[in-house]
Design a protein around this ligand. Sequence first.
Ligand code: ATP
Length: 363
Amino acid sequence: MTQRTLALLPGDGIGPEITEATRVVLAAASEAFGLGLAFKTIDIGFAALEASGSTFPDAAFEAIRACDGIVLGPVSHNTYPARDKGGLNPSGELRKRLDLFANIRPARTRANIAPRAGVPLDMVIVRENTEGFYADRNMHSGPGEVMVTEDVSIAFRRITRHASMRIAREAFALAETRGKHVTAVHKANVMRVSDGLFLECCRSVAADHPDVSYDERIVDAMCAHLVRSPDQYDVIVTTNMFGDILSDLASELAGSLGLAASLNAGETSAMAQAQHGSAPDIAGQDIANPSSLIGSAAMLLTWMGQRENDAALLKAADAIDAALEAALTSPDLRTRDLGGSTGTQAFAAAVAAGLSQVSLAGA
Ligand code: ATP
């Protein structure tokens, strides 16, 4: 049997709890579908800072890079010390160093969980991950955010043809497998040069996909459209920060941020990562909803399965989704954010048990 090692990075806040819950589900999937998964837990974040003086030590990166896939727990990087005191954002570092250029963020309603939007929705936000308004991504060396005087700060926003073309290609390829519609979200009415370049790239890729319909929305209007008629959207492609903000809106409209899965994908590596942060307000109480990271892990298995052309990985990913859906459908199994009282680990155990049933039924 092929052996595959997944790096598990517990992170901060609720990270260790939801990462353990995800491990339990992945281990059950490995057993049920013969995936040969092994797990390597690697400390990052505050645990690593305490042990080795950095939230993202070089040794951790080397160990992560040697694995076949990555599951990243949320990190509290906004409370880390400055970079020169060891506070590196593991999420940003991994996206940049492994060139995980596409952040795929689905938002869809689930059976029995009322969408806040009032109507069912099923969309995927394809967010550029390696540049844009993210100060830690844009420079060859040094920070992309500077204090010019004590009272004046400047941040750099980089938009390149290379990154815009490849994220547009990713979005159209995805749309080909779904509803065949792409919406590019931008602010080119103000950022004429940079978002103008982004739109030029989207339009040129659209011309290569005549069977996929294409339209454009200005980001502020898009917020109103998402609330008003979220069922109109299929694949949304956008730059880094707009994608980050719109995906929280879309996920919450679909039901809850606690359900929001995502994958960071590159040419040769991929990383499962929940859309939400480390939720320090509920950490250590076994009440966090692990669905987001479990769903992200299923996306990782799909990515690995497509890449390796491996039917077992693809089946396992579908089975995790089905078992997750079934657990979420049962009102008795809800975690606190969805109005129930089931604990994080008990919820994961129910998904894992459901998975064995799905595999026995021949999923
Ligand atoms: P960070 O500082 O890491 O960004 P945060 O609390 O500011 O953390 P989020 O972690 O995204 O931001 O959380 C926003 C809200 O959603 C919080 O009230 C948090 O408790 C809740 N939340 C986030 N993730 C989950 C989850 N998996 N289960 C339940 N509630 C969650």
